[in-house]
Structure formats: C-alpha cells, structure tokens
Design a binder for this molecule. Structure first.
Ligand code: OGA
Ligand code: NI
Length: 335
C-alpha cells in the first residue's frame, strides 16, 4: 500500500472541485487572506557589487528587516539553473512507478526520498504538493540512492549546481558574519563549518482546480540556517509582512534567500526567520528547488556567545542539538 500522491489526485480530479482535506480553513484560504494586487518587493541585491561595504550593509539589513531577499548576478549561470530545473521536471514527469522507487521509507529518520507529507497537520489537512529530498553537499554526505537515475543527466546537473551554490554560500556566510560583527569565518563555523549540509528539496505543485481554497506548503519558517531557492516561472511564493500575506515577485534566475530558524537563534534574534507559504495555480505546474543549509544533526546550536551578554542582551533562545530542534518542530513541541 502506498501513499497517495497529489500529482495522481490532481490528474484524477474533476475540473472544479478538490477533495475536502485540501480545503483550508477560512483563516488560511489564499483567496481570502492574500493582499490583492500587491507584489512584495522584498530586497533585490546585486551580489557582484564590487563595493563590499555596501553589499554587506544591504545583506545585513535585508536579513534583519525582511528575512527574505533575492540575489542577482550571483555567478551561477542561467544554464546551470536551467539544467537543474529540466532534470527535476523530467523526474516528476516519469510514470508513478518509476518515481515510487525513490519513495521515502516511512520508518526512516531521514527526510531523504520521494514523498508527499512532511508533517501531520492539525485537522488532517493536506498541502497540494509532492516532493523529493536529497542531500547535494558536502560530497561525503551524499546518498546517491536518493538521486534519480532517470534522466541520465540528473546527477551531472545536480553536482554542477551544488558546486556553484557552494561558492555563493561561502560568500553569503562571510557577509553575514561580518554584518553581525563576527570574524569572517565565525558564523559558518558556528553552523557546522565544512560539515554544513545542503539538503535539496524539489516541490512539485500540480495544477489545482481551486487555487483559492488550497495551499501548497502551509505557513512556516524554515528550520535550516539559511535556505536558497530557485522557482520556475509560476507565481506561488508568499511572505508574511506585518501580519499580511503578499506574493513575492518572481525574478528569473534570482536566488531567493530565506533566513531560517537556526540563523535567528544564532544571532539571538537579530536576523528574522521569514514566515512564508505557497499558493498553487489553476492550470500550471509550479516547481521550486529550495536548498536548506543545515547544521549536522549532532551539532549544537544556540545564540552565539559573542552576540549575547548577561546584562543587556541575555540569550533569548535555548541551546540544543540541531536534531532535537528538528524533532520538536516536526512534532509541534515548544522549543
Ligand atoms: C519550502 C518552501 C517555497 C516554494 O519547501 O520550505 O517554503 O516556493 N517552499 O516552493
Ligand atoms: Ni520554506
């Protein structure tokens, strides 16, 4: 017995209704809760700006104020992104049985593999999305058994993207570290150094007859330190700003940076993990490729000792193993 995939439900569903478990409550329905006609202009940052002071300031302010921004001129070629997207799309377009070979073992602790629901939702509601998770960096952490063999170029495209992304990540951590007043390498070291795990997720959102009633991924902040995402050209990412939901502008080939929970913890609240969710489209398939930058499971994360002091700035977050943080979050246990 297998789990039902949203992709199969979508192709079996009539033109104008969706199964009841996909209908969100009114306080979540995007048709009611999205601020209409306003596309959120979260900061767009030129990552190749030779003025490092200016770049550092822009990244720092976007991380403290918004928790989400898009970087352009990041040196990952449009071609490398297009290849990553092409092979991911091809995988999801394979017949059901071929994808199920990579299905996540429900008893496994790892999130890697093809799957549908990450965590149980209250009231048994479901998101209109399937996914594939696998690590892409560091090379020693990769489990190739979760990388599709078909299409044949899947591996090459993902390795190429990972290598390119690594350079962006190194630069981003440097800038964030300096922004916080730490030494160049200190922030990266605090999240796991060269053992920092890059976990790729492909979200596959099939067309949905009632995009006004359903959500793709429900409102959340990412558990990661940072998340770096490329979407296809179908609108769907929303961010919460001052309690309201807005569409985030799609910019071709930009990398969408999300500040995740671990960065908020580490900076003792200076950086803000962004609350976000996704909507779905009536007649188009949306696909996105977030890469979650995560500490290794046993790595201990808490407010950075240099960013707290007992008097004016006591720690606002507990210190714990990353694996414990993940367990609590998935099981809705307070941190
Ligand atoms: C996620 C997520 C956003 C998107 O998978 O955590 O927030 O645009 N995805 O698909
Ligand atoms: Ni997310």
């Amino acid at each position: 017995m297998g789990v039902e995939r949203v992709q199969d439900i979508a192709s079996a569903t009539s033109k104008d209704t969706i199964p009841v478990e996909f209908i969100r409550s009114e306080n979540e329905q995007p048709g009611i809760t999205t601020v209409p006609g306003t596309v959120l202009e979260c900061p767009i940052i030129d990552f190749s700006d030779p003025d490092e002071e200016k770049l550092l300031k822009q990244i720092f302010e976007a991380s403290t104020d918004w928790g989400m921004y898009q970087i352009v001129n990041h040196d990952i070629s449009n071609e490398a992104i297009a290849k990553l997207q092409a092979v991911g799309k091809e995988f999801f377009e394979l017949p059901h049985e071929e994808k199920e070979v990579y299905a996540k073992d429900p008893n496994s602790k790892s999130v890697e593999g093809y799957g549908t629901f990450l965590q149980k939702e209250l009231e048994g509601k479901k998101g209109w999305v399937d996914h594939l998770f696998h690590k892409i960096w560091p090379p020693s952490a990769i489990n190739y058994c979760f990388w599709p063999k078909n299409p044949a170029s899947y591996r090459e495209a993902n390795e190429e993207y990972a290598k390119n992304l690594h350079k962006v990540v190194e630069k981003l951590f440097k800038l964030l570290s300096l922004g916080l007043g730490l030494e160049v390498q200190e922030l990266k070291k605090a999240v796991g150094g060269d053992d920092l795990v890059y976990l790729l997720k492909i979200n596959y959102y099939p067309p949905c007859p009632r995009p006004d009633l359903a959500l793709g991924v429900v409102a959340h902040t990412d558990m990661s330190a940072l998340t770096i995402l490329v979407p296809n050209d179908v609108q769907g990412l929303q961010a919460c700003r001052d309690g309201q939901w807005y569409d985030v502008k799609y910019i071709p080939n930009a990398l969408v940076i999300h500040i995740g929970d671990q960065m908020e913890v580490m900076s003792n609240g200076k950086f803000k993990a962004v609350l976000h969710r996704t909507t779905v489209s009536k007649d188009k398939t949306r696909i996105s490729w977030p890469v979650f930058l995560e500490p290794p499971p046993d790595h201990i994360i808490g407010p950075h000792p240099k960013l707290v002091n007992d008097k004016e700035n006591p720690p606002k977050y507990k210190t714990k193993k990353y694996s414990e943080y993940v367990y609590n979050k998935l099981n809705k246990i307070p941190q």
